[in-house]
Structures are given as structure tokens and as C-alpha cells.
Design a protein around this ligand. Structure first.
Ligand SMILES: NC(=O)c1ccc[n+]([C@@H]2O[C@H](COP(=O)([O-])OP(=O)(O)OC[C@H]3O[C@@H](n4cnc5c(N)ncnc54)[C@H](O)[C@@H]3O)[C@@H](O)[C@H]2O)c1
Ligand SMILES: [Zn+2]
Length: 355
């Protein structure tokens, strides 16, 4: 088992990564609590709940409906009702067992229940393992916008057992790979190269390769979060491809493309912007394209989108500051920067090249 620490002074926490670690009965022994509530959904319950051998963790089970459309206030109420009915106390610990949807909702419930209780993330999708379970962003959707209600609340531990990935649909796995590739582009060229050279092993779910991509991704995210927990500056690098990606998701209608698919197309467009800005070289663009293609991620925008409308949506993104568009742009593979100095014409040109 590998351990990475997210260094946030007295709120530091470990990320455990390994195979079959859910069967360890001493799991969470270090969390000083004698009262747990485990939140999951119907699908994960039937596929994987039996893998958690510590029955103590399953004392209070809260089973939610599966899907992004249930990431809302109703599900949060359901959690509060269950906790209150069971007299769940302030020294209790909430355990999130699922993908990013379960993790974000459980974290938000933990942040707000009795002004905040501990929580632990046991992510079950690749995206949740490499991204959403680390860093403390929690929240739910509002009818007027995605992730509009939320809070920063760091977990006390993250437990990643790669065994659960066996049942994850390939399309979901590939969408998670978009975030993995993103870490290589923003911060670590040799990690990107490693992915490029190990595509087949990753695709065939080879244990050591899967552990390596999760470990590296968590290390990079942990490092960035430790430097800028509340996204005042460099944490925004993690949004590479996301301004484009969110606009694609929004214009296409949520759910048609997975988030990772939209983000992959988004960071390829950001690479194009960089070429027009005379920073990135064409060979780097081609490398990024080759890798995202290898994971069946889109390299072109969805058919039929209106580019002007797409741009308009981008200007409404919550990352816009003082009326200026802020972009994360790769300089090359391994380094990215945040800028508000990209001209609209360059962005439109990059979009047009991906129709
Ligand atoms: N907090 C953050 O920093 C952060 C970062 C990125 C994304 N997010 C959020 O994460 C959510 C997306 O997360 P996601 O991609 O994990 O989606 P998800 O949680 O909806 O999971 C995708 C699907 O896979 C199923 N599933 C989960 N684990 C499985 C397994 N092991 N085998 C088979 N099926 C499994 C789920 O039940 C669901 O149907 C979004 O709501 C997004 O806003 C949050
Ligand atoms: Zn993302």
C-alpha cells in the first residue's frame, strides 16, 4: 500500500492507495471516532459494499439514488434526516463510498451537519480517485447551475482500492483518464511521457500501472492543494480545459458527453490557443492529441454546436474575474500558466479548428 499526505497543517490527511485494502478491518482505526455513517448509492452497494469487511463502518447505511441529477438538496435532506433519526453525534464520521457525485454530496453533508463532522472518502471511479476525493471541494447542484452550492471541507482520509475499478464501464474509466493526462500537461512532463509509453498497460488495467497513474495524479493534486487550498491562484491550473469543457457540457446538454470527455476536448483546444499565442509547439499538440485519442476521448467538438454561443457560455463561467476571461494555457507539455490576456479572435480560431 502506498501513502501520500496532503499537507495542510493540522488538517493534513493521508491518501492510501492499494489493491484489496478495503478488506483491512483496521481501516480507519486512526480516525478517532466510534460512530460511522456510510453513504453510497444502490449500484455501488450491490457491486462493492461487501468488499468493506469492517462492519462497524456500515452501522448507519445511507443509500441514495444513482446519478448527477440526484446531486441536489433533496439528497442532502435525506442524509440529514437519516443522521438525525439515528442520533448521529458531532464526533461521528461520514464515509463517502462512490464516485464524485456521492463524494461531493457526502462531503457537503459532513461540512454542514452540526456545523461540520469528519468525513472519509472511499472513491470508486477513476475520476473520483484522481480528482474529486482529494482537495476538499464539496457541494451540490442548483437548478440554475452546477456545483453552485458548496463548501470547502477536507476529508480526514482517502482510501483508494483499485479493485473496485474492475466494474467501472470503460467510458467512465477513459473520462477519468482525461484528468490524469491533464496533470501531466500542467505539471509533469515525465509523467505525461510515462502515460504515452504505457497506454496499452493502462488500458488493460494492469495493477501496477493503474496504481502509478493514481499515485502520481494524487501527488500532483496534493502538492497544488497544499500550496493554494482555496483556489486563490495556482489551484486554478487544475482547471485546464475546464472553461471550454464546461461550455461544451452546457451547450450540448448535460449528460451527453461525460465531464472528462468535454475536458479532454477542452485542453486540446487550449493547446491550440497556445500555438496561436506562439508558445506551444505543434509536436506537443500532436502528442496530446495522440494520447487522448488512445483513450477514445474526443479531439473534435460535438457536431452542430454554435461557436458564438459556446464562447458566450464561456464568458458566463464562474472562473471569469472582473469581466475578463481567465484561461489556463499550457506553455508546453509539463507547464501551464493562468492568463487574462488571450484575445477573443485567437480563441475563436482555436474553436473553429476543432469543428
Ligand atoms: N470535488 C471536486 O473537486 C470535484 C472534481 C471533479 C469532479 N467533481 C464532481 O464529480 C462528479 C462526477 O464524478 P464521477 O465521474 O465519479 O461520476 P459518478 O459519481 O456519477 O459515477 C459515474 C457512474 O459510475 C457508477 N460507478 C461508480 N463507481 C463504480 C464502479 N466501481 N463500478 C461501476 N460503476 C461505478 C456510478 O454509480 C455512476 O453511475 C460531478 O458531479 C463533478 O461535479 C468534483
Ligand atoms: Zn474536471
Amino acid at each position: 500500500m502506498k501513502t501520500i499526505t496532503v499537507k495542510l497543517k493540522d488538517r493534513s490527511y493521508p491518501i492510501y492507495i492499494g489493491k484489496d485494502i478495503l478488506k483491512n478491518k483496521n481501516l480507519l482505526k486512526k480516525i478517532n471516532s466510534n460512530n460511522f455513517a456510510l453513504i453510497t448509492n444502490k449500484k455501488i452497494k450491490s457491486l462493492h459494499l461487501s468488499k468493506i469487511k469492517n462492519t462497524y463502518l456500515k452501522k448507519n447505511l445511507i443509500i441514495l439514488n444513482d446519478g448527477e441529477k440526484y446531486k441536489n438538496q433533496d439528497s442532502i435532506s435525506k442524509i440529514y434526516n437519516s443522521l438525525l433519526k439515528n442520533k448521529f453525534s458531532r464526533d461521528g464520521c461520514i464515509v463517502a463510498f462512490g464516485g464524485g457525485v456521492i463524494g461531493d454530496m457526502s462531503g457537503f453533508a459532513a461540512a454542514t451537519y452540526q456545523r461540520g463532522v469528519n468525513f472519509v472518502q472511499i472513491p470508486t471511479t477513476l475520476l473520483a480517485m484522481v480528482d474529486s476525493s482529494v482537495g476538499g471541494k464539496t457541494g451540490i447542484n442548483h437548478p440554475l447551475g452546477k456545483n453552485m452550492i458548496g463548501s470547502f471541507h477536507q476529508p480526514s482520509a482517502v482510501i483508494i482500492d483499485i479493485n473496485v475499478l474492475k466494474t467501472l464501464p470503460k467510458r467512465q474509466f477513459n473520462a477519468g483518464m482525461a484528468e490524469v493526462i491533464k496533470y501531466g500537461i500542467i505539471e509533469n512532463k515525465s509523467f505525461f511521457n510515462w502515460i504515452e509509453n504505457n497506454i496499452e498497460k493502462i488500458k488493460s488495467n494492469e495493477d501496477s500501472s493503474i496504481i502509478n497513474i493514481i499515485k502520481k495524479s494524487c501527488e500532483i493534486k496534493a502538492k497544488i492543494v497544499a500550496m493554494d487550498e482555496k483556489e486563490k491562484n495556482i489551484r486554478a491550473l487544475l482547471n485546464l480545459g475546464h472553461t471550454f469543457g464546461h461550455a461544451i457540457e452546457n451547450n450540448l446538454g448535460y449528460g451527453k458527453w461525460l465531464h472528462g470527455e468535454a475536458v479532454a476536448c477542452g485542453f486540446l483546444i487550449a493547446c491550440s490557443v497556445s500555438i496561436h499565442n506562439k508558445t506551444m509547439k505543434q509536436v506537443d499538440y500532436e502528442k496530446v492529441k495522440k494520447v487522448i485519442k488512445a483513450f477514445d476521448l474526443p479531439t473534435k467538438l460535438p457536431r452542430g454546436l454554435n461557436l458564438k454561443k459556446l464562447y458566450k457560455t464561456m464568458t458566463l463561467d464562474k472562473k471569469v474575474k472582473n469581466n475578463q476571461m481567465v484561461y489556463v494555457i499550457p506553455k508546453n507539455i509539463g507547464k501551464a500558466y493562468i492568463t487574462n490576456k488571450i484575445h477573443k479572435n485567437i480563441v475563436m480560431k482555436a474553436l473553429e479548428e476543432h469543428v
